[in-house]
Design a protein around this ligand. Sequence first.
Ligand code: G3H
Ligand code: 13P
Ligand code: NA
Ligand code: ZN
Length: 321
Amino acid sequence: PLVGTKEMFKKAYEGGYAIGAFNVNNMEIVQGITDAAAEMRAPVILQCSAGARKYANHQYLVHLVKAALEVHPELPVALHLDHGADFETCKSCIDGGFTSVMIDGSHHSFEDNIAVTKKVVEYAHAHGVVVEGELGQLAGVEDDVNVSAEDAKYTHPEEVEEFVSRTGVDSLAIAIGTSHGAFKFTPAQCTLNEDGVLVPPELRFDILDEITKKLPNFPIVLHGASSVVPEYVKIINANGGKLDDAIGIPEDQLRKAARSAVCKINVDSDLRLALTAGIRQHFMEHPEHFDPRQYLTPARANIKAIVEHKIKNVLGCNNAY
Ligand code: G3H
Ligand code: 13P
Ligand code: NA
Ligand code: ZN
């Protein structure tokens, strides 16, 4: 059924696991994710960005999700707006059938973030929809790597209680060292381990601990949490692609996050890499093919495989309904 995230997060918090929030942009992505989730009995969040709504059109996204629910009637699915920029975008998703929205006011001042988030919460809750807010700014690989500048962008634990109580948000996205995209760290920021693998700096679990102390039993959200699966990067580069220095969050850190107060882990880049790896590999092996069903079949299978892997080895949300 189409559901909100209240019960999902409560069970995840208590069970020491996290729900996967996967970005969807087309039919093959929706199919790959929901086929995997249903097979593993894992509740799932399908999230749409403003870019997804621009690309696919709101109605197509809603109806693709409805179709998935007809195919998998028992699967708990939340339909979520990712990074809502303003009240109007959130309202349009609430009115248009979403069960959850994010209002991303993290780039505003603390007071302006509270004001816009509170306005969205009032409207959303009146319509039975849950809201994710954000405090702190995700690191960008372009940003200054100077420590004090970085520190300033992490979520300030002393702000979270006031933000949550004044806005009434249902979950909170925080910044503890993750970032969006496939290039989360420069090689210079990483250290080489004994196997010759580049290991990025640890996420700031100390900040997460502080936040959890201030907000006991409150669901925390981790954005920018793709591990940038090295196998897919390799396949892409071996088949005509060029993704130099793509580095993500190591899986052991994501597993640690999933066991904590983190109840929602956002993944988009890993889906993009899986899909692209499938298509590139197919075209290199079958240069004579031009039927989209031929190259989108392995691409969709890769989406399903990566989501299964996340559910089982990172999120721990299998057999959760
Ligand atoms: O947080 C960003 C997500 O990866 C969505 O990306 O805005 O390109 O659709 P997008
Ligand atoms: P990744 O780019 O790490 O997949 O993060 C996606 C995300 O946070 C969507 O909101
Ligand atoms: Na958790
Ligand atoms: Zn995000």
